[in-house]
Design a protein around this ligand. Structure first.
Ligand code: PMT
Length: 408
């Protein structure tokens, strides 16, 4: 089917008796047009021959190849970048434990550590192993790190036990893969406003107070929301970026204008995301004439700008689901929690500011998502992919909390 066709799926097989089901799953995925590569853990070799996986996938089993010589091909990096999805099937308690602590002691765990692609873990083990508090804790850690956990289900086990630990059957796994690749249109009835970029607080016609925001993060969220069918309004400070398709863009210069534009529409919105780096202060007065440079020291008088997101968070009527961003150099998590509480936000996305000259910070980011009772880390990724992951989380929580209340 089209959803899977052409997708790069890296299959990691670990040592469980359920491994015998994997060749059939590979065959079905190939029939749907997926391109498959296979990596096996050492113990997987006891359950399935590499030749079977090679013949069915149409490619040799991937191996680490740190071979001295000129043409070094570092497989864990190459494969980590190649995969659109990493599917670990079956996933044993041992492999889940290794992944949960970030081990990199074989090719499969190395790939998982370097790859920015989603990793779906399909557990298969005895019910006692699955329910042990160690395995449960490890699975919880993986979920927090944004791994997908597919199954297990209740059933008769190979050891004659009956309970939770049986691997999902091929049909269910393929359905989950199809859902994963399906272009989501899950925001069709949602109005969302996003602020982006910096604000310019003018001192005179030439000079201004601003910051380094490129606008890329906010524009990427707007693009992702629009791809998912939302009605998107993007209120942007001065940036050099193209407006994403089907997005209504409102340009502003300073924080006061941004505040005004936000409040003109906010009570009709379902979700508000404040991604703009709004200047906290503005000069008390604007000089129409360029300020002369005769003095050795000048004193600037600044006044606090209104806090746009806090004013939305504190709305009593028609309040949308409110998501803030938090940029800090130190004590990121603590400061961000405090901002979430003070500004009355549903969620705050904490990102660290570095003074690195690395331009990749414009294209990529990582986020700590902090709710009142939940925390998820979205690892370093390009901002569009990261925005989709962020929207996955927002939609889930928004639907739980707000859908019944907001019938706008
Ligand atoms: O634009 P990029 O180059 O892609 O970079 C993205 C980013 C780093 C700018 C973005 O990810 C980010 O962190 N944006 C928020 C930066 C910021 O102003 O953080 P803050 O901790 O100072 O503010 C916290 C929240 O209050 C933010 O949601 C901000 O929009 C909001 N705020 C702040 C001041 C103010 N007067 N009004 C506000 O609404």
């Amino acid at each position: 089917m089209k959803k899977i066709a052409g997708k790069h799926i890296l299959i990691g097989i670990s040592g469980s008796i359920a491994a015998y089901k994997v060749p059939e799953i590979i065959r079905k995925l190939k029939k749907k047009g997926a391109i498959i590569r296979v990596v096996m853990t050492h113990s997987a070799y006891s359950f399935i021959t590499p030749l079977t996986a090679e013949v069915i996938s149409g490619h040799p089993i991937e191996k680490n190849n740190f071979i001295s010589g000129s043409n070094i091909n570092i497989n864990h990096i190459k494969l980590g970048k190649w995969a659109d999805l990493i599917l670990i099937i079956p996933a044993t308690a041992n492999l889940i434990a290794r992944l949960s602590i970030g081990m990199a002691n074989d090719l499969l765990t190395e790939i998982c550590l370097v790859s920015k692609s989603r990793i779906a873990v399909v557990p298969a083990m005895n019910k006692i192993m699955y329910q042990s508090k160690f395995t449960q804790k490890n699975i919880k850690i993986l979920k927090k790190r944004n791994f997908l956990i597919w199954g297990p289900e209740v059933g008769k086990q190979i050891c004659n036990d009956f309970g939770l630990g049986k691997m999902l059957d091929a049909k269910k796994i393929i359905k989950l893969i199809e859902l994963f690749f399906k272009k989501k249109k899950d925001m069709q009835n949602i109005s969302i406003t996003i602020t982006a970029g910096p604000t310019y607080e003018l001192l005179d016609p030439m000079r201004l107070i601003t910051n380094y925001s490129s606008g890329k993060m906010g524009f990427s969220i707007a693009q992702a929301a629009s791809e998912r069918g939302a009605q998107v309004t993007l209120i942007s400070g001065p940036v050099y970026l193209k407006t994403p398709k089907n997005v209504k863009r409102i340009n502003v210069i300073n924080a006061l204008e941004m505040y005004k534009k936000v409040h003109q529409i906010i009570q009709k919105q379902n979700i508000f995301i404040g991604c703009a780096a709004v200047a906290d202060y503005r000069p008390t007065k604007f000089s129409k004439q360029k300020i002369k440079t005769n003095n050795k020291i000048v004193h600037l008088k600044l006044i606090k700008n209104p806090d746009i997101i806090a004013s939305v968070g504190k709305l009593n009527k028609n309040r949308p689901y409110v998501v803030g961003f938090s940029a800090e150099t130190h004590n990121l998590i603590q400061c961000s929690h405090e901002k979430r509480i003070k500004k009355k936000l549903d969620l705050i996305c904490a990102n660290r500011i570095t003074l690195s000259k690395d331009k990749s910070n414009i294209k990529n980011n990582s986020l700590n998502l902090l709710w009142k009772n939940k925390k998820i880390y979205l690892p370093f990724n390009n901002k569009l992919k990261l925005s989709h992951q962020l929207l996955d989380e927002i939609i889930q929580d928004y639907e739980k909390k707000y859908k019944c209340k907001n019938s706008r």
